[in-house]
Design a protein around this ligand. Structure first.
Ligand code: PLP
Length: 396
């Protein structure tokens, strides 16, 4: 399972995960031996088709959907874009409003901004200081012309779990489509499209130990979306293009393993995450956990290290073999503080001093012990630097 270099401590599983050995083995025959185009009538094609069908069953099973409701895409980003652009394009022209939140992944936020350029009005509902959206705020944002509500399940930076079931009921009452980006909750919490009450739901293989470049959009039977690409009749006319057979096979295997192993994996990972969090918040002064600590996935902790620059800390930790993330976006050369932390009400300085540690199946107790030994002195060293010295580190 562990493909990360032995000495290195990879704590960035929310960014991506290594491909599970079993997943890799399931994929390998579909590159060169069983290379058929799943749309071909001959036996090569049929082998590809049946592999794609089996994977579709596993992915559907992971989220409680019917196989026909799964549309394979090139990843979570495409699934999010297909959900937003596809449902707006399929809607009645007089309806011109969508609702989303201020803490969505850029795949939703930037798609919503692009829709604004096309004349769609977008309400960005904010979150509480705990990083959780209030369903009543979603209800208040509804208008007669609302087409779609899009709210993520687990936030990628904080791990906080949004009240999707409640928002699903609000969307159903208002007869508005409901999309959920479940990329970070898949494999971490039970997912059931019926109880969540969603019309559309995005997932991605590389966040659950599958390959990069493959994902899926769940499209509830009866929910209409316009395809965003034009080509053949693949994926029941919802997403054309020759199927990425090895990728889809890998996604299917990853979904199967996630379904079987989720509870056991979660329990072990939560113990390690809590140990790391406890140690850092008790050994160091002025360290705060960002986001609700009980309503979150088991593998994520986001910590504000007051007085230390997050970017400088990230680089200093990387030099000592620890990989983590700031959640900040690097746009046009300048590092912007995380939009998620700002939406929670953190100051720009607090947001800039925050780091996300996300654990996974390869994380060992020994790695957490080493992280606990390395991180505090590194934070103290950076805190001792003057703000001027800190800004020099930033500038490099
Ligand atoms: C990673 C991620 C995505 C994007 O998925 P890709 O497969 O990398 O395109 C979308 N949403 C969330 C919440 C994510 O964490």
């Amino acid at each position: 399972m562990l493909h990360v270099t032995a000495m290195h401590i990879y704590l960035d599983y929310n960014a991506t995960t290594p491909v599970d050995r079993e997943v890799l083995e399931a994929m390998l025959p579909y590159f060169a031996e069983n290379f058929g185009n799943a749309s071909s009538i001959h036996s090569y094609g049929q082998r590809g088709r049946s592999a794609v069908d089996a994977a579709r069953d596993s992915v559907a099973e992971l989220i409680g959907a019917k196989p026909a409701e799964i549309v394979f895409t090139s990843g979570g980003t495409e699934a999010d874009n297909l959900a937003l652009f596809g449902s707006v394009a399929a809607s009645n022209q007089s309806r011109k409003h969508i609702i989303t939140t201020a803490i969505e992944h850029p795949a939703v936020l930037n798609a919503a901004q692009a829709l604004e350029q096309q004349g769609i009005e977008v309400t960005y509902v904010s979150v509480g200081s705990d990083g959780i959206v209030d369903p009543q705020d979603i209800r208040r944002a509804l208008r007669p012309e609302t087409i779609l509500i899009s709210v993520m399940h687990a936030n990628n930076e904080l791990g906080t779990i949004q009240p999707i079931e409640k928002i699903g009921r609000i969307a159903a009452e208002a007869d508005v489509y409901f999309h959920c980006d479940a990329v970070q909750s898949a494999g971490k919490v039970p997912l059931d499209v019926e109880s969540l009450g969603v019309n559309l739901l995005s997932i991605s293989a590389h966040k659950i130990y599958g390959p990069k470049g493959v994902g899926a959009l769940y499209v509830r039977a009866g929910t209409s979306i316009e395809p965003q690409f034009h080509g053949g009749h693949h994926e029941r006319d919802r997403r054309p293009g020759t199927e990425n057979v090895p990728g889809i096979v890998g996604f299917g295997k990853a979904a199967e393993l996630a379904e079987i192993n989720r509870e056991a994996n979660d329990a072990g990972i939560e113990i390690l995450r809590d140990r790391l969090e406890e140690a850092l918040t008790s050994v160091l002064s002025a360290v705060r956990v960002n986001g609700n600590r009980s309503r979150r996935v088991a593998n994520t902790t986001n910590l504000a290290f007051a007085g230390a620059g997050g970017e400088a800390l990230l680089i200093a930790l990387d030099l000592q073999g620890i990989s983590c993330s700031t959640g900040a976006a690097c746009s046009s050369g300048a590092v912007e503080p995380s939009h998620v932390l700002l939406a929670m009400g953190l100051s720009s300085d607090e947001a800039r001093s925050s780091l996300r540690f996300s654990l996974g199946l390869g994380t060992t107790s020994d790695e957490i012990d080493r992280a606990i030994a390395i991180i505090p002195p590194t934070v103290e060293r950076l805190r001792a630097l003057s703000p001027r010295a800190l800004s020099t580190v930033h500038a490099r």
